[in-house]
Design a protein around this ligand. Structure first.
Ligand code: ADP
Length: 540
């Protein structure tokens, strides 16, 4: 027997409808690519999203067509998202930090027809345009006055293009499982793979992150959405902020410490989210200028392990709650967040800060488990590390145009992360499975050694890789990038690690480099480092 409730499909554009109807006066503030701060309201954004959909339809776009964006976080970018998805087309976010060949592959694989592009990225597409055969139009996200002289074929200024239509348009109706957005994972090996979100997964994920123990957005909040819309769905902020009726502030291209601080301060931001690298820039700026963060209540940090010193600085020096999060593109992307809970509220401050170093616990709609090499579930004891598997309604089951399932036989997605889960449900990532160091049959957590090493004075960044060793099969090599002007040496770094990590985890050697290579999404490229140091011989 079926229930007798309404058949109300979960469609992405209903989020902006809700925001505009119930919080239409709420502001969206953007540091524009052209320079000045621009302000509009949620009602304006909905109206202009409807115009985007109408103009795309006029241009012949229909259900299932792929329309790409290569843009910073701005209100125009938000409008294109809702407009594309509300028409039933698929919004494909292009990460401008990818290499040319990868972008070329992705655009052709997705068969993108139209690309919305920010001024900053026009030169990237100009260099690739002859290879992007499927693209028939480029819409530059600016007005006629700022329109560059470009070699992109069929290029038009966004405001002029939008000026041709009004907002008298009705969103299309379709099944909630219809594809809404496409985002390729950077793929450290092989070609990038397309993660294809549905309307249903977008809506559920947008609601999921607004649970009080996750990002907990309220209509009183002002959220500075720094995590880019071109990387892993901007952690769902484009959806969760209008759903909550919160005020949204977007940094455009200004991701440096001073620019971020200026927005946090002048816009009285209460919550924000970004990867650790961005916060390093802000913390440096705060230290140099002696500035404080009187309005900011909480900061979400994820995408890479949050260094312990960052948690301490925010919490102890600036009084800002750190919400350490973990996830991946395939998970829409939020997988866990590390807020305290009832059972941990009585812990002393030191123990709580230590707990925040873990990646956190699962929200409702994410299931986690850790299994051994044979697929047997490991106990939740905070010690037994294994392959981290996940399942839920906002998690991929396959990739765009790739045959077959991406799941294990019993329906779980293997994250490729190595982790343990403790008795209270807090998960801790110890490694990526391809980066694992196995010494004498036991695992060494490269992430934990790196976390401690970056706390050593004079160390700017640290990476640990495993190299072959005659006796132990593998041993760790610590690769360090010094802070400018620092002369910290191997002895000092090893002395600092001594006593802070297990004795048998101590790196056999420390080498200093001028640069640590990163992927397009800001992660250390361990594979490149392993290649660079493949002939390295340990001194012991
Ligand atoms: P890519 O960078 O490959 O495009 P994602 O951005 O989806 O892909 O990265 C997902 C991976 O990033 C996770 O599987 C995990 O290894 C790593 N990651 C994300 N957040 C954290 C975190 N808080 N701590 C440690 N690793 C993290």
């Amino acid at each position: 027997m079926l229930g007798l409730m309404q058949d109300y499909p979960l469609l992405t554009h209903t989020l902006i409808d809700h925001g505009a109807l119930n919080h239409g006066e709420r502001e969206m503030v953007t540091r524009s690519v052209e320079g000045p701060i621009r302000r509009c309201t949620l009602a304006d954004v909905r109206s202009r999203s409807l115009r985007v959909a109408k103009a795309l339809e006029r241009d012949g776009v229909t259900l299932g067509d792929r329309i790409a964006t290569m843009a910073w976080n701005t209100e125009r970018h938000v409008e294109t998202w809702f407009g594309i998805m509300g028409l039933g087309a698929i919004c494909h976010t292009l990460n401008p930090r990818l290499f040319g060949e990868q972008l070329d592959y992705i655009v052709n694989h997705a068969e993108d027809e139209i690309v919305f592009v920010d001024l900053t990225f026009v030169p990237i597409l100009e260099a690739l345009k002859d290879r992007l055969g499927s693209v028939r139009k480029y819409i530059v996200l600016t007005d006629a006055d700022h329109m560059p002289d470009t070699s992109l074929p069929n290029a038009v200024a966004y405001e002029e293009w939008l000026g041709g239509v009004d907002d008298d348009f009705a969103w299309k109706h379709f099944d909630e499982n219809t594809a809404a957005a496409l985002c390729y994972t950077s793929g450290t090996t092989g070609h990038p793979k397309g993660v294809l979100y549905s309307h249903r997964s977008n809506v559920l994920h947008g609601l999921m992150v607004n649970q009080p123990d996750i990002f907990g957005l309220r209509s009183e909040d002002t959220m500075l959405a720094i995590v880019p819309m071109f990387h892993a769905n901007a952690w769902a902020l484009t959806f969760s902020v209008p759903a909550a009726g919160a005020r949204m502030v977007m940094p455009g291209p200004g991701l440096d410490g001073p620019s971020i601080y200026e927005l946090l301060d002048s816009e009285r931001v209460t919550a924000t989210a970004a990867v650790p690298t961005v916060w390093l820039g802000l913390l440096q700026y705060l230290e140099q200028t002696g500035s404080k963060l009187p309005h900011l209540e909480r900061v979400v940090i994820g995408g890479a392990a949050c260094p312990p010193m960052m948690i301490r600085k925010f919490e102890l020096e600036y009084g800002v709650e750190v919400i350490h999060g973990w996830g991946m593109t395939e998970m829409s992307p939020v997988g866990t967040t590390g807020k305290m809970k009832h059972a941990t509220s009585t812990l002393d401050r030191e123990a709580q800060l230590k707990l925040k170093e873990k990646q956190g616990r699962a929200p409702f709609l994410v299931e986690l488990k850790v299994v051994d090499d044979e697929g047997r579930e490991l106990p939740r004891d905070g010690k037994s590390s294994g392959h981290l598997l996940v399942r839920g309604p906002c998690i991929s089951r396959g990739y765009f145009k790739l045959e077959g399932s991406a799941l294990t036989g019993d329906g779980w997605f293997d994250t490729g992360d190595i982790a343990n889960i403790d008795e209270l449900g807090y998960m801790q990532i110890t490694d990526r499975d391809k980066d694992v160091i196995k010494s004498g049959g036991e695992w060494i957590s490269s992430i934990e050694v790196e976390n401690v090493a970056v706390g050593c004075p004079g160390v700017a960044e640290a990476a640990v890789i495993g190299l072959p060793h005659p006796k132990w099969s593998e041993r760790p090599l610590l690769i360090v990038l010094r802070e400018p002007g620092s002369e910290v040496d191997a002895e000092a770094v090893l002395g600092y690690l001594d006593g802070k990590i297990a004795a048998w985890w101590m790196p056999n050697d420390v080498v200093f480099v001028d640069e640590i290579p990163h992927t397009a999404t800001g992660k250390i490229q361990k594979m490149a480092l392993r290649k660079q140091f493949k002939d390295f011989e340990f001194s012991n």
